[in-house]
Design a protein around this ligand. Structure first.
Ligand SMILES: NC(=O)C1=CN([C@@H]2O[C@H](COP(=O)(O)OP(=O)(O)OC[C@H]3O[C@@H](n4cnc5c(N)ncnc54)[C@H](O)[C@@H]3O)[C@@H](O)[C@H]2O)C=CC1
Ligand SMILES: O=C(O)C1=N[C@H](C(=O)O)C[C@H](O)C1
Length: 267
């Protein structure tokens, strides 16, 4: 493990970013070298309302930040459009991206994989940092060997931009690796209201719920002859994601390619 990892955080004022500020500043082998925030470029973190008293420079623009600040890792907790640009630019500046932001396409992921390999640098895209959520995905993959029929129900707060969630997409991909292909439901089923059966990923259905009061929850429901199996995970707060962020930062320093999904670096 590296004993001093210099970190830039993008999105410090966000719901996740605020937790990450505390994680970085309270982890002895992490050094908080800069923050990226389009609204507060040129200030210091301590001058932003609601931020702890930390004298960390804030940059409004990624290229300037990445060229002026000596850093090992970028943690990005922003939006899909912003994160997509940040991860590319970070690698251009030989900074390893740890991307918690969700909403990327397969093309985005493959582009970053190619760039990380070209630079021989570590990169992590982690749709979910919660250890319990990783286990939920792994258990679902195990179950999919025995049950072909499965529907994913993800439930999030109503401020979320992307649907389905990054976790639901990753779960479907892990299941798809082992599940015998099947178009589920009645062959002649018809949606009387568009979207009633949810999104279709290789014949599996994904349903996205958005409500105030929720944080991040997912049920993976399998059906077989005379039985169902439900694998469920709930994040009750955003502190639940922080041990995984720490693990990802330590892991990315040892990698020379992209890892998509924290399950690939968990022991
Ligand atoms: N991988 C994981 O375990 C988790 C991932 N997420 C993902 O993380 C992302 C952030 O989630 P939340 O914190 O809930 O959202 P949020 O809306 O609370 O925070 C997003 C932040 O990004 C900032 N931002 C927007 N444009 C920016 C720019 N150009 N430069 C710097 N900052 C910019 C906004 O000011 C805002 O503070 C989402 O994509 C979400 O899906 C959320 C929770 C867990
Ligand atoms: O936006 C969120 O809140 C979350 N996003 C991630 C996702 O899209 O899967 C992870 C977690 O579910 C919380």
């Amino acid at each position: 493990m590296n004993n001093n990892v210099r970190i830039i955080l993008a999105g410090p004022r966000g719901k996740m970013g605020r937790e990450a500020v505390d994680l970085i500043s309270n982890t002895s082998h992490f050094t908080f070298v800069a923050a990226l925030d389009h609204r507060y470029g040129g200030s210091s973190l301590k001058d932003i309302e609601g931020m702890p008293s930390l004298d960390v420079p804030v940059y409004g623009e990624a290229d300037t930040c990445f060229s002026e600040v000596e850093a090992d890792v970028l943690i990005d907790l922003t939006t899909p459009d912003v994160g997509r640009v940040h991860m590319d630019k970070a690698l251009d500046h030989y900074i390893r991206p740890v991307i918690g932001t969700t909403g990327f396409s397969d093309e985005d992921i493959e582009r970053i994989r190619a760039k990380a390999e070209e630079k021989a640098l570590g990169a992590i895209i982690a749709p979910n940092f919660a250890v319990g959520a990783i286990l939920m995905m792994k258990f679902s993959q195990m179950a999919a060997k025995y049950f072909q029929d499965v529907e994913i129900i993800e439930k999030h707060h109503d401020q979320k931009l992307d649907a389905p969630s990054g976790t639901a997409v990753k779960t479907a991909k892990l299941i798809d690796e082992v599940r015998e292909k099947k178009a589920q439901g009645h062959p002649e089923e018809k949606e009387e209201l568009a979207g009633a059966r949810g999104a279709d990923y290789e014949g599996m259905h994904i349903h996205s719920m958005r409500l105030p009061g929720l944080i991040a929850h997912q049920e993976v429901v399998f059906g077989g002859e005379g039985q169902t199996l439900t694998i469920q995970h709930d994040s009750m707060n955003r502190a639940s994601f922080m041990p995984g962020v720490r693990l990802a930062v330590d892991a990315v320093m040892q990698l020379d390619t992209l890892v998509y999904g924290l399950e690939n670096v968990m022991e």
